[in-house]
Design a protein around this ligand. Structure first.
Ligand SMILES: *[C@@H]1O[C@H](CO)[C@@H](O)[C@H](O)[C@H]1NC(C)=O
Ligand SMILES: *[C@@H]1O[C@H](CO)[C@@H](O)[C@H](O)[C@H]1NC(C)=O
Length: 389
């Protein structure tokens, strides 16, 4: 859910989830004193659907790519009577909001009935999030008790959040980004800040681990770092944007060639693929021998032509294995456009390293220090957790 751009991709998939069965949502586990692990189910799109109307304009690369979202679905309990609702854990936004029962939305994700909670209180009207495709959610700013990860999870008293009485999305969002990005002029303590102020963790910092490409679960470890989950050293770089969790990317290396980048990319948990500057992407595709389709994407003649791609930051590189960079694209009617699409698309308006990249990285977002630390992820169930203090 990056700024106003990305949420539009979420919508169509959200609707399609209404009929699918979400797997049981895993809970939270308290680890070392001061570190809290919130597990989530990973829901990735079955198909990457490029909308029928995505033909490249000469001056622009704003594809209508839909059904693109990856969702990290965690459970929270809301209110005195612990109503279970599911929310998408999102590093690309900063508000928690849930779907209210009065929205008329029902389904596997759960809705919140504030009238049955004795700890509910209304703060103000005017909760509104609106997205580039005209999708939206509106309601009230409210507060209530929020328990993360289900029974036994940390319980946040008087947590402010959005109570969506109308929504075009059928589950809520748990935005964990910078408070400056909250969708209200009256900034408030969002969930990661409340975890600090209510004594559960020491710093507003958390580690994201998505596990391998076919893993059904990942986790966000609030207040801690799991040193078993990466190889090499964790290297910190400054966040380069005031509002977003951006890092400067120096270059990418593949097939013996290095392509300079030198610009900022958002490390966004809610985007599936990578969006690169069109010129950079053309150079990268050329280094790989990927071909350009007049429909506006690159593809390989054969999946075996794909190569590992290293993304280079100051002091650290993360390698995306070749197999993670290839996937099928479909048009809006469900017809295959290609079986071997290159999972990097050109985009002039925003640049994102999404799930395709993040699965291969262990990422520590330290919002207090305004740094992001990276290392190559190691796929293991081992744990070696230390607290960020
Ligand atoms: C495609 O985009 C053009 C220009 O924005 C628009 O006029 C047209 O209605 C769109 N077609 C479809 C099928 O959405
Ligand atoms: C756990 O990680 C810390 C920090 O990297 C390291 O010093 C320590 O040796 C590790 N412990 C084990 C048992 O691997």
């Amino acid at each position: 859910m990056f700024a106003n751009f990305k949420v539009l991709y979420a919508i169509a998939l959200a609707l399609s989830f209404a009929t699918s069965n979400a797997a049981a949502v895993p809970g939270f586990q308290k680890r070392e004193n001061g570190a809290i692990k919130l597990d989530f189910n990973i829901e990735r799109p079955d198909k990457l659907i490029l909308n029928g109307n995505f033909t490249k304009r000469a001056d622009d690369y704003n594809y209508a790519l839909i059904n693109e979202g990856s969702y990290y679905v965690a459970e929270i309990l809301v209110g005195s009577n612990q109503q279970a609702v599911k929310v998408d854990v999102d590093t690309g936004s900063s508000d928690l909001w849930v779907v209210d029962t009065s929205s008329g939305i029902s389904g596997t994700y759960g809705v919140y009935d504030h009238t049955t909670s004795s700890t509910f209180s209304r703060i103000a009207s005017g909760f509104a999030v609106a997205y580039a495709d005209q999708s939206h959610a509106e309601g009230d700013w409210v507060s209530d008790t929020i328990q993360l990860g289900g029974t036994g999870g940390p319980s946040l008293k008087n947590q402010e959040f959005g109570d969506a009485t109308t929504s075009t999305i059928n589950f809520g969002i748990l935005g964990i980004g910078f408070p400056i990005n909250e969708a209200t002029a009256d900034k408030y303590q969002n969930v990661p800040q409340s975890l600090v102020s209510q004594g559960y963790i020491h710093k507003n910092a958390y580690s994201l681990y998505l596990d391998s490409s076919d893993a059904a679960q990942g986790s966000v470890l609030f207040g801690g770092i799991d040193h078993a989950k990466y190889s090499g050293s964790l290297v910190s770089n400054p966040v380069v944007s005031q509002n977003d969790l951006d890092l400067n990317v120096n270059s990418v290396t593949t097939n013996g060639q290095t392509i300079d980048i030198g610009s900022n990319y958002v490390l966004d948990s809610g985007t599936t693929i990578n969006y690169l500057d069109p010129t950079v992407l053309a150079n990268l595709a050329s280094a790989l021998g990927a071909k350009y389709s007049s429909s506006g994407f690159y593809y390989f003649d054969s999946a075996s032509d794909a190569k590992d791609i290293s993304v280079n930051f100051d002091g650290v590189s993360v390698t995306i294995p070749a197999s993670y960079t290839v996937g099928a694209f479909y048009d809006g009617d469900g017809n295959a456009l290609t079986e071997t699409g290159f999972l990097f698309l050109p985009q002039t308006n925003y640049h994102i390293l999404g799930d395709v990249f993040l699965r291969n990285a262990y990422v520590v977002y330290d919002l207090d220090a305004r740094t992001i630390s990276l290392a190559q992820a190691k796929f293991t169930s081992d744990e070696n957790i230390t607290v960020i203090s």
